[in-house]
Design a protein around this ligand. Structure first.
Ligand code: FAD
Length: 244
């Protein structure tokens, strides 16, 4: 797949805040006119606000961000970005981004993708690790995937439950979709605790042939989730993950 360089304009920003502090933002970026071929799970490199590269300040800093939108959502790239306090592209977007702002892209890149043949899917994410899984989920539902989809999501509280509305709607609309959310810091509408406990206690089918699991999040969390899935009988070849 060829990578290209292009620009887009932010058309919508959704802010997720906890205790008055922005935790993550979802950016809808209009790339109208750009034909971008990508696979669900891939990422782009983004640059914004002329933030310079720390290695070579005469060049722009580009940071890796997963694509949350699905390939059928033509003309759109959706990004879900953690809002840190240290300098970088994310901090620039946290403090300055507004609709109309331009984003520079390079991409698509990455090998975190779904296999072509799968009978059922397990998604496990923490925090903004949900980003590439949203692209995969949207793609599967668009293609009327009829196998079971288990979606496990761990965040701190109801406030930073990214894509809550869309996931709850999926749960209502698609009989094959099962959502399990856990909140590590607050008990609100769900269960308190860590998502690996929920995955650990979940009863998956005895026969796991054809079931593929996709895991994304911070390195510690991904390690825990994949170990848990292995303990539950998932074979290594059916576990796919990306750690940031
Ligand atoms: C394939 C892939 C996909 C990804 N997808 C996403 C995604 O969808 N959403 C998302 O939010 N993230 C994603 N990430 C993670 C994201 O790329 C990194 O968090 C990236 O570092 C953010 O870039 P930045 O420009 O905002 O800041 P950084 O590059 O993290 O930081 C800029 C500068 O700040 C300094 N710095 C870094 N950390 C600290 C610190 N803790 N304290 C003080 N100074 C510091 C460094 O000197 C650095 O040069 C992904 C990563 C990969 C590899």
């Amino acid at each position: 797949m060829k990578f290209s360089e292009f620009e887009g304009k932010i058309t919508k920003i959704t802010d997720y805040s906890h205790d008055g502090k922005s935790v993550a933002k979802v950016f809808n970026v209009d790339i109208d006119g750009v034909k971008l071929d990508f696979l669900p799970g891939q990422f782009v490199m983004i640059s914004a606000g002329n933030v310079p590269s720390p290695i070579d300040p005469s060049r722009l800093k580009y940071s890796s961000m997963s694509i949350c939108s699905a390939p059928h959502q033509k003309g759109l790239i959706e990004l879900c970005i953690r809002m840190p306090d240290h300098p970088g592209v994310s901090k620039y977007l946290k403090e300055h981004a507004k609709t109309g702002e331009k984003i520079k892209f390079k991409g698509p890149f990455g090998t975190f993708r779904m296999v072509e043949e799968q009978s059922a899917v397990v998604f496990v994410a923490t925090g903004t690790g949900i980003a590439p899984l949203m692209s995969m989920l949207r793609h599967l539902l668009h293609k009327n995937f009829s196998g079971k989809i288990w979606f496990f999501y761990g965040c701190r509280s109801n406030d930073d439950f990214l894509y809550k509305k869309e996931l709850m709607e999926c749960q209502k609309k698609h009989e094959n979709f099962e959502l399990h959310a856990s909140f590590s810091k607050a008990m609100l509408e769900g269960r308190m605790g860590y998502i690996q406990e929920i995955v650990k206690n979940h009863v998956f089918p005895e026969d796991k042939a054809g079931i593929h699991a996709y895991v994304c999040g911070n390195p510690v969390s991904v390690q825990q989730q994949t170990e848990t899935l292995k303990d539950k009988g998932f074979e290594e070849k059916s576990l796919h993950f990306e750690k940031w």
